[in-house]
Structure formats: C-alpha cells, structure tokens
Design a protein around this ligand. Structure first.
Ligand SMILES: [Cu+2]
Length: 141
C-alpha cells in the first residue's frame, strides 16, 4: 500500500510539472503571436470553393488561419509555399472550424483542399503577403 501510494504521488507531481510546462508554453506562444502582429486569415470552404476573406491585410510574421467548412462534405486544408507545406491533421467536418498556425514571409502561398479532386474543382486560392513597406499597398494603422 505504501509503495503504491508513493508511485501515485510521483505521478501526480509529474503531471503537475507537465501541466506547468504546457501552461508556460501556451502563454509564451500567445505573447509571440501578439508581438508579431495579429494576422488572422479567415478561410471559408464549400463545394467547391475556397474564399480567403482578408488576404489583403496580411503582413509578414506569425499568423493563424481559421478554416471554416460551410459545405456539406468533409474537407481539409493545405498551406503551401516554396519551402513550406502544412496540412491539417484531421479533415474538417461540415460546420466545423479548425485553426492552423503558420509563419508568413513576403511571398505567395498556395492554399487548397487536398481531398479527391476538390482542388481542381475550385477549392484553391493564393495568399499573397507583401513587405510592410511595400509599394502602393494600403496599410491601416
Ligand atoms: Cu474539399
């Protein structure tokens, strides 16, 4: 009995340490996100279209892509640049929203649904990120 109690005590302590590490990591990444500009890209999926709602206002830095499935089928999402590719781990069910964290450079990114032939049916778009001091771009400060 004493030994069993001891083990569970260690387990609880380990669990608390892991919790604290996770909490620290979350707070840290939130701060980094805030200091790097508040890029939130909203993407709407349907059969068969992909709308990027605020692609014009994006600046280089960390960004969160919010992908909402407004369609009736499952979809997924890929974010692809010249040297980066990220795909959602799970498909998005109808009505669901999933988020993906990315780092934006001044570049063009292809975004699309990787399921079946959805990309060729219209579920693709391009996200263009301009330099902050870019020529002729409107900035709302
Ligand atoms: Cu799809």
């Amino acid at each position: 009995m004493k030994i069993q109690f001891g083990i569970s005590g260690i387990r609880i302590r380990l669990f608390l340490v892991i919790l604290m590490l996770l909490a620290g990591f979350t707070v840290g990444s939130c701060r980094r996100y805030e200091s790097g500009g508040n890029n939130v890209v909203k993407v709407k999926l349907a059969e068969y279209s992909m709308d990027v709602e605020n692609a014009e206002e994006l600046t280089p830095g960390p960004a969160v892509i919010e992908i909402t499935n407004d369609g009736k089928e499952e979809h997924s999402f890929v974010f692809e640049g010249t040297d980066t590719i990220q795909r959602l781990e799970d498909n998005i069910k109808p009505g669901e929203t999933k988020t993906m964290r990315v780092k934006l450079e001044p570049a063009s990114y292809n975004v699309y649904c990787p399921l079946d032939d959805h990309k060729n049916k219209g579920m693709s778009s391009v996200i263009k990120v301009e330099k902050p001091d870019g020529e002729g771009t409107t900035t709302n400060y």
